[in-house]
Design a protein around this ligand. Structure first.
Ligand code: SAM
Length: 239
């Protein structure tokens, strides 16, 4: 069975993540990328019920790291109580522009264009007090108060060994940013060292083994992923 991904040798252009996503923004939601499609299924299965349960705890402060085009951000206002605040950050102005368009009617979203890796101080002053929930889908990281939880999803390390976030431009050129691959055990151990315990078993997922079903659910690009885990998601609870 061929690997579900192309190796780095077939890539044409390497760039910074900011440039990658600024360029990708206009087609990110529509280019048939399978990983966000799998994330969509797992987010709806694991995170939406948790957010629905959150309502009983009152107003919530939620930080989304790497909100991108607002694919998941757009689901949040209707899942949280009206007095809740959503802090959405991203390093790409174009990705965030798409998100702002989707959420133009939501008054409880605060936006900040910043890099969480290099602008930790700005992130802390933007958010203020520790938050109840962190969500970071297909980005990675956390910044939480005791009893809060974080849902983190990313590319499965199995395919992360040979590829990273990339897209094919309209002119056929494949554009790739900068990615670091972490083994699942490594992330869980590191989270534990920072007082974060798994709230449920790590979710390793993909498009399944049935080609017709995979294509119907995740689109035609799912064909190359049949039988492979391409997605990993984990819910961490801050002790
Ligand atoms: C693969 S996209 C995922 C977007 C969205 N979370 C989703 O699941 O559809 C990754 C996003 O993370 C953002 N990102 C990557 N590195 C970042 C950093 N260091 N600080 C802030 N945002 C970052 C990118 O600009 C991009 O919008």
């Amino acid at each position: 069975m061929p690997s579900p991904v192309t190796s780095t040798s077939d890539l044409d252009v390497h760039t910074s993540n900011t440039e990658l996503y600024n360029e990708w923004a206009k087609t990110y939601d529509t280019d048939g990328n399978v990983l966000p499609a799998v994330d969509e299924v797992e987010f709806n299965k694991h995170v939406v019920p948790a957010l629905q349960g959150q309502g009983s705890k009152g107003d919530t402060r939620l930080l989304e790291i790497g909100c991108g085009t607002g694919r998941n951000t757009a689901k949040l206002p209707k899942l949280l109580t009206p007095g809740s605040t959503i802090y959405a950050i991203d390093v790409s102005e174009a990705m965030m522009g798409e998100a702002k368009r989707k959420l133009r009617d939501a008054s409880n979203v605060r936006w900040a264009l910043l890099d969480f890796q290099t602008q930790g101080d700005e992130l802390v002053s933007f958010v203020g007090e520790p938050v109840d929930i962190v969500i970071s889908t297909l980005v990675l990281e956390h910044h939480l108060k005791s009893g809060g939880w974080a849902w983190i999803s990313t590319m499965h390390p199995f395919i992360g060994k040979v590829t990273g976030a990339s897209f094919r431009r309209e002119d056929g050129v494949k554009v790739r940013g900068v990615s670091t691959n972490y083994e699942i055990e490594e992330v869980v151990a590191s989270a534990k060292r920072h007082g974060l315990e798994l709230g449920c078993p790590v979710v390793e997922s993909g498009v399944g083994d049935d080609e017709a079903r995979a294509v119907a659910t995740f689109g035609p690009r799912a064909k190359k992923c049949i039988g492979w885990n391409i997605f990993v998601g984990a819910l961490f609870i801050k002790l």
